[in-house]
Design a protein around this ligand. Sequence first.
Ligand code: B1M
Length: 226
Amino acid sequence: MNELVEKIGQCVERGKVNKSSPYPNDMKGMDGADEFTRQALEAAVGPDAILQVCNEGMQRIGARFSRNEVFVPELLMAAKAMHAVMVHLEPFFKTGSIRAKGKFVLGTVAGDLHDIGKNLVRMVIEGNGWEVIDLGVDVKPAKFLEAIKNTPGCVVGLSALLTTTMVGMSKTVQEIKAQFPATNVIVGGAPLTMEAALKMGADGYSPDPQGAVAFLDKVSVANITQ
Ligand code: B1M
């Protein structure tokens, strides 16, 4: 049974979605995340054990991405495999058998339409057990504020790809901090640096999705122990 669960984690890490998926080449024709998850649930493996092994698979691929050992396509395939697992686990989330680690409100800031990186961040964070409320692109400060009001205890993530929209990002962070000073905010995106993030009043910055997961895990532990 353990072997079956391990295989799910490997499929997530390798981006092997299902048997008919031709990717990755060396796993062609083999069962994938979809089939192994079905088999595991039929063998009475708990959904939490499956989620745990998926999270570990996502963490491994996220870490390899951070080290430039794999690139965006590999990360996208891993996210797709994770999604195939989540389709089976969704009913357990709905009945409350599995609890999300917390809620993360995410969006690309006003004036910015780039969402490929933001979507990767969403998928990796979801894959690590958080519920993500994705506000999309070109998100005005008022929309973030409304979402925070409706999602008590959430952490907020802002993405920007344009140097010009970093100005608006700063305004959004300041408005969030003025109205919800206890809300943790992390920013990311190609033009950002830790220095710029701290200057605009954000609590954290990450150059990649895995760093955002590490930030979320850190602030959620801090919230629990307060
Ligand atoms: Co645009 N674009 N673009 N573009 N585009 C860039 C960003 C640019 C660098 C290209 C260039 O000139 N070399 C340049 C910005 C220059 C600057 O300001 N410094 C640029 C420009 C100028 C523009 C337009 C103004 C072009 C024009 O119309 N004249 C225009 C602006 C539109 C707008 O937003 N208002 C525009 C439009 C577009 C498209 C619509 C065509 C398309 C976007 C499609 C889409 O996203 N759905 C597009 C694309 C694809 C790019 C490039 C080619 C690729 C961006 C991308 O998706 N990278 C880009 C050039 C480049 O990067 N080579 C470029 C892959 C993605 C995985 O990386 O988004 O950095 P990234 O996300 C990373 C990290 O940054 C991090 O994790 C991700 C994964 O590692 N991350 C976070 C991101 N958000 C995070 C949040 C976090 C943590 C980490 O916590 C919350």
